[in-house]
Design a binder for this molecule. Structure first.
Ligand code: CP
Length: 505
């Protein structure tokens, strides 16, 4: 197939949904070129292409494959790499923020960053801060786009170089891993894709993922057993239980839960199915029996090697043109504030407003709090020790709490603390007895989102994704406005004010 050149210079690689079908196919074809060169003894054909270019690898979480194959890919292209694996030995141990780590990397003139971090959306935040392109090497349980690209590249090789009309089974831990999300979203770019899966509810497809895939044209079917899945698919993609993301679960609990879903000789013997796994396999849980794992007809290590071809192609495409961006030491002003305030119109003689401001001339009234949360907010904002006048009130008859304080302003951290304790508070700023600013403060509901890490100071930002759907810019989780007090008109006005899709900062 003829390939039209696609320019990846200065492109961040954050989510597989940022790619078009053409871009995925283009990268598969470029990776196939790297694969063919290596298989025909011409591995060094691109050995000087990225001379004088450098990659920073920032792995806040463990990795063998993702880190090594990015470093190897860079070396094979003539570039160099430096960075860290684990936060021991870095200033993160001294409470340095992600933003500051990224600014330091940019100040040291790297050309590209690959980053893995346990917090969802952290890599989007890094990309917003950085003046150079950033590759997501895995953010929390959110996404792992280069894994998805290498997985679809593997399917591309195994399926006569097409990704349409493919039938894939998913197994293991679909809920806590990021590879399932990224792979299934990658496949959603193609036609006639069917995904079948079988797992316990706790390890099943994330609630938001199936409707998202279906809205993108994928058929998603939950089957009763792994055998039911295997009987109907060409490829079966198994994953490791992500124990590090399951608070309160022991390995024993998981072994029991996965017993029926492990891949053993019995399950594969009657089915003509090619197994895949992003690796590593948990050698204690053994979600794939070692006799299957080391069976010569399976290609787990070939799949991992494909990661090298794919990352070589990706880094080459991202860095082949001069893209030097001089470091200016400044953060984009866009990142100083969020776009998460739904402005409420305060009507003249508004009865509700009047009632709240009766005994407050200058200060803040926090309204529509979840009943009983007012004292938690007093503690969360340390209001007693700050010597501010406060009136917390629980009003069970009208099903809410309120809090009045004579503080003149909350900073962004304080707004977040309030919204973490009680989602969607209405904040009223009062000057000389009048409400001068009244807004509902939205904060992503994903408790592992980077916007919820208070000292990272990430301004909550949302974007519109199609009709009426609002998503967090960072972790990309959808957000339905629950607030009953804001009018339909105010909600629509707010939604219309959001950017349509993700724009680079
Ligand atoms: N598949 C994968 O991401 O492996 P690592 O955790 O070893 O990078």
């Amino acid at each position: 197939m003829e390939m039209t050149d696609i320019n990846f210079t200065n492109r961040d690689i954050i989510s597989i949904t940022d790619f078009t079908r053409e871009e995925i196919l283009y990268l598969c074809q470029k990776a196939k070129m790297m694969y063919d060169l290596e298989k025909s003894g011409q591995r060094y054909k691109f050995a000087n292409e990225l001379q004088n270019r450098s990659m920073a690898y920032l792995f806040f979480e463990p990795s063998t494959r993702t880190k090594t194959s990015h470093i190897t890919a860079m070396r094979e292209l003539g570039g160099m790499s430096d960075g860290f694996s684990g936060i021991e030995g870095t200033a993160v141990k001294k409470k340095e923020t992600i933003r500051d780590t990224i600014m330091m990397v940019c100040a040291n003139w790297f050309d590209v960053i690959v980053m893995r971090h346990p917090v969802d959306g952290s890599v989007q935040w890094a990309a917003d801060v950085a003046s150079i392109p950033v590759i997501n090497g895995g953010d929390g349980k959110n996404e792992h786009p280069t894994q998805a690209l290498l997985d679809v590249f593997t399917l591309f090789l195994l399926n006569n170089e097409t990704l349409d009309n493919i039938n894939v089974g998913l197994g293991g831990d679909l809920s806590h891993g990021r590879t399932i999300r990224s792979l299934s979203l990658a496949l959603s770019h193609f036609n006639g894709v069917t995904i079948r899966w079988a797992a316990e509810d706790f390890l099943g497809m994330p609630d938001d993922l199936t409707p998202l895939l279906e809205s993108r044209g994928v058929t998603v079917v939950r089957e009763k057993t792994v055998e039911d899945v295997m009987a109907k698919v060409q490829f079966y993609y198994m994953t490791r239980p992500q124990l590090e993301r399951m608070q309160g679960m022991s390995q024993e609990d998981i072994v029991k839960m996965m017993q029926k879903y492990r891949i053993n000789l019995n399950k594969v013997k009657d089915h003509d199915v090619k197994l895949m796994h992003p690796l590593p396999v948990n050698s204690e849980v053994a979600e794939i029996d070692y006799r299957v794992y080391f069976d010569k007809s399976q290609g787990f290590f070939q799949q991992a090697e494909n990661g090298l071809f794919l990352r070589k192609a990706l880094l080459y495409e991202m860095l082949k043109h001069e893209g030097y961006i001089q470091f200016n030491g400044k953060l984009s002003p866009v990142l100083e504030h969020g776009n998460n305030r739904l402005i409420r119109k305060s009507k003249k003689n508004d009865k509700e407003g009047k009632r709240f401001i009766d005994n407050i001339a200058n200060g803040i009234v926090v309204d529509h709090l979840k009943p009983g949360t007012e004292q938690k907010i007093v503690v969360g904002l340390d209001l007693i020790n700050r010597g501010t006048g406060i009136i917390p009130a629980n009003l069970p008859n009208i099903g809410k709490s309120i809090l009045k304080t004579d503080l003149t302003e909350f900073n962004e951290r304080e707004h977040k603390i309030v919204a973490e304790i009680s989602p969607e508070p209405t904040i009223n700023y009062i000057r000389e007895g009048k409400i001068v600013d009244k807004f509902v403060y939205f904060l992503c509901r994903n408790s592992n989102c980077v916007t919820r890490v208070i000292n990272e100071d990430v301004p909550p930002r949302f974007y519109r994704d199609g009709e009426g759907v609002m998503r967090c810019r960072f972790c990309r989780k959808s957000y339905n406005i629950l607030n009953k007090k804001a009018s339909e008109e105010e909600k629509q006005e707010f939604l219309q004010s959001l950017p349509q899709g993700i724009d680079p900062v």
